[in-house]
Design a protein around this ligand. Structure first.
Ligand SMILES: [Zn+2]
Length: 279
């Protein structure tokens, strides 16, 4: 989908195997920047690369033109095809310092953040060629200007990218989506990030990994506000139940999910991990 002449968004469907019987349908958005060369932002899951290649070829461009791959953070649905794209194109890989160890060592990531079906989602570890710390002004493909804005909380090195010339803000997973699975690293950081993103002026289109593009300012404000209020609802419910002594693991997580009427598939160690950062 063409967002602007240079910035395109590709939605890629995949599923997470929660248990052998239950699989959770998800999707992730990948950005493709078409300038004098091509930059890909996020790589989807392990088997997403053919969709990216196909899209590029349908625009009349070549895979060999991919010079840069930016990873918005280390999670499997963003880095899954990174090593394959690197091998196929020799592109430079850019990521954040605070995500480096999990991108470069997926076993370490899995140990600390056990996403169900993890190894079905990520191909292999990949080395970063350039490491960001936030605040950088970068130029991609000779003529696409972007500002890197630190937006931690979902993960410790999550960042957003503001394309001022195109009036586009890409927030990856940095903003919570109302009633979606709560998978953040740090509740308090996430609340601060939401305030920070609310204060970013001068853009017309909001792109994220988890939703369709938002164009209208009122829609954008309402989307961010709903995510913020969802976090507040989670917070009061978590604080109510997480002081209870658990008879078995995930009991408190299940109480919160049940009370808020969220899908029972959300009761996972990953969500429990996010809830534990509230208290
Ligand atoms: Zn993520």
């Amino acid at each position: 989908m063409e967002i602007t002449k240079k910035i395109h968004l590709l939605k890629i469907d995949f599923s997470v195997q929660i248990t052998p019987e239950i699989s959770l349908p998800r999707f992730v958005n990948v950005l493709i920047l078409f300038g004098n060369s091509i930059t890909v932002i996020d790589s989807g899951v392990k088997n997403s690369y053919p969709f990216i290649y196909d899209y590029i070829q349908k625009q009349g461009r070549k895979i060999s033109e991919i010079k840069t791959l930016i990873l918005s953070h280390a999670h499997p649905d963003h880095i899954g095809s990174a090593s394959k794209i690197k091998k196929d194109t020799g592109c430079k890989i850019i990521g954040h310092l605070n995500e480096k160890s999990w991108i470069e060592n997926i076993d370490e990531q899995y140990k600390m953040r056990p996403v169900p079906g993890f190894y079905g989602l990520v191909d292999e570890s990949v080395k970063l060629d350039t490491v960001l710390t936030g605040g950088e002004s970068l130029t991609f493909d000779d003529d696409i200007h972007a500002k890197i804005i630190n937006t931690p909380g979902h993960s410790k090195g999550s960042f957003s990218i503001l394309f001022k010339d195109d009036s586009v803000l890409f927030t990856a997973d940095s903003l919570p989506v109302e009633n979606d699975i709560p998978t953040y690293d740090n509740f308090k950081e996430l609340k601060k990030t939401i305030q920070n993103i609310k204060s970013i002026p001068d853009y017309k289109t909001l792109l994220s990994s988890w939703m369709s593009p938002l164009e209208d300012k009122a829609n954008i404000v309402s989307f961010i506000e709903k995510g913020d209020q969802y976090l507040d609802r989670l917070d009061s419910c978590v604080k109510k139940h997480y002081s209870d002594k658990e008879e078995k693991p995930l009991d408190n997580c299940a109480k919160v999910i049940h009370e808020l009427g969220l899908p029972v598939t959300f009761v996972t160690p990953l969500v429990d991990r996010a809830f534990k950062t509230h208290v």
